[in-house]
Design a protein around this ligand. Structure first.
Ligand SMILES: [Zn+2]
Length: 457
């Protein structure tokens, strides 16, 4: 049994459906196999989503719910890495234990690399190409002109961005094709550019460059589609699986800081509302895209928007932004009555007669596991037009050219192969690992939350 997985970060099921006729290889796999929507985790972020894919468990078990992990004891913030995935084996660990040869290329949250029964080239969240990003170590020198990631935030020039994106994608595939010549049973490669290009170019209907940008996104997907054809042909796998970690397409128009709201309710106390210098720099850098491209990466990474100076000992609850349209409220102490009160009051927040927050969850309702304590008490998704903000203003309009396109909860998947049936079904991202294990005839570990899909014809 040979299984090839190709990941398209951020590929939205509606986008794929709409453009099927121009994505021949992708639609071929969809039409000849089993496919549907692939529900991501909450929050639908690249880090937690790919982690739930590779482990088959929910964030309460693997402990990854954010790009930045905060140590609950020291408060120290760390960028997510593979060592923070807790208590759960990765799909390739289990395959390796069963003597299957694996090759894993560019899957997010695999840095730092770790031993596998085969090869690993780490993906997004790898610091840069100067560090060790392969297993075995010697593989790095065998790769040709390999670059890990194109960070859209580093670019002000669209042409330069696109030419780098195409180049990095092309090299990723040529190196993958080289690695396909070596023995493997399981081969996986993720394309990050599909997410990156949408963050850069996905705009509202009435944006002046909407037509040009949409065409650029589609053209890049067509290029990826060609590459999928090349990989599939060379691989000669029994089963080909396409998947994305979440969808794409929300563009919030207004930014909301719920800390201002919590302060009005007397649940948060702030010392003074000042802008720190890092915040000021960030504001300027955001305003002038050119400046963004010359700002040192370290500054950009650390710089945060101006925030309220919270008086922690006097504060009972505070808001933090997980990503564009996902937010958390963390209570200083466990207090079920207060949590219920905050939830029912969050439901009543309105702006121009519309609800600002769409779905609100107690963490225990959507997650389970040993690492539940590390996740904030209340998790919620903003309504379509809103996003979280840490600027000391409750609700404010975001200038049109600065509206960030964000993720949607549903990604897509498609599995095809000679013995795979033709069907439509929706699934969870946690179902993929058990399904792949099942294809290899390996029983899934009992702790996995996902279930093997019935894919055989
Ligand atoms: Zn993603």
């Amino acid at each position: 049994m040979k299984v090839l997985i190709i990941g398209l970060d951020g590929a939205d099921p509606d986008f794929i459906e709409k453009n099927k006729s121009r994505l021949r290889n992708i639609s071929g796999i969809i039409d000849k196999g089993i496919s549907g929507k692939l529900r991501s985790v909450i929050p639908p972020l690249t880090g937690p989503a790919w982690t739930s894919f590779m482990t088959g468990v929910n964030p309460g078990k693997h402990g990854v719910h954010h790009f930045i992990s905060t140590d609950i004891n020291s408060g120290e913030e760390k960028i997510l890495n593979s060592e923070m995935i807790k208590d759960s084996k990765k799909l390739w660990d289990i395959l390796g234990e069963n003597q299957k040869k694996v090759t894993v290329i560019n899957v997010p949250v695999t840095y730092p690399p770790y031993p596998v029964n085969g090869y690993m080239v780490t993906g997004m969240l790898t610091p840069d190409e100067s560090c060790e990003f392969t297993y075995p170590k010697t593989l790095k020198s065998e790769l040709k002109d390999y670059r890990i990631f194109v960070d859209w935030m580093d670019y002000s020039n669209l042409e330069k961005f696109l030419s780098d994106l195409y180049d990095v994608t092309d090299k990723r595939v040529s190196n993958a094709l080289m690695l396909m010549n070596r023995p493997w049973d399981f081969f996986m490669l993720v394309f990050s550019g599909t997410d990156v290009i949408q963050h850069f170019l996905f705009k509202e209907e009435d944006h002046e460059n909407k037509g040009i940008y949409d065409e650029a996104i589609l053209k890049y997907f067509m290029f990826i589609d060609e590459k999928i054809g090349e990989l599939k042909k060379k691989a000669g796998a029994d089963v080909v699986l396409l998947m994305s970690d979440h969808g794409f397409g929300k563009i919030p128009k207004k930014a909301v800081n719920l800390n201002v709201w919590l302060e009005k309710k007397g649940l948060l106390v702030s010392k003074k509302k000042t802008l720190d210098m890092k915040g000021v720099f960030f504001e300027i850098a955001m305003k002038f895209r050119k400046l963004r491209s010359i700002a040192p990466k370290s500054v950009k990474r650390v710089a945060k928007p101006p925030v309220m100076d919270i008086d922690w000992p006097k504060t009972k609850a505070h808001f933090s932004k997980a990503w564009i349209n996902v937010g958390y409220i963390k209570l200083s102490q466990k207090d079920e009555e207060l949590r219920n009160r905050i939830i029912s009051e969050l439901e009543t927040i309105e702006d121009s007669g519309k609800r600002v927050i769409d779905s609100i969850y107690k963490k225990g309702d959507i997650y389970s596991g040993r690492h539940l304590d590390e996740i904030p008490d209340i998790v919620f998704l903003f309504s379509d037009d809103y996003t979280g903000s840490l600027k000391p203003v409750f609700i404010e309009e975001i200038p049109k050219d600065r509206r960030p396109a964000g993720h949607r909860i549903n990604g897509f998947f498609a599995i095809s192969g000679e013995k795979i049936k033709r069907a439509k079904t929706d699934a969870s991202i946690m179902d993929i690992a058990p399904t792949v294990l099942d294809l290899f005839g390996i029983e899934k570990p009992g702790y996995m939350d996902g279930k093997a899909l019935d894919v055989r014809g």
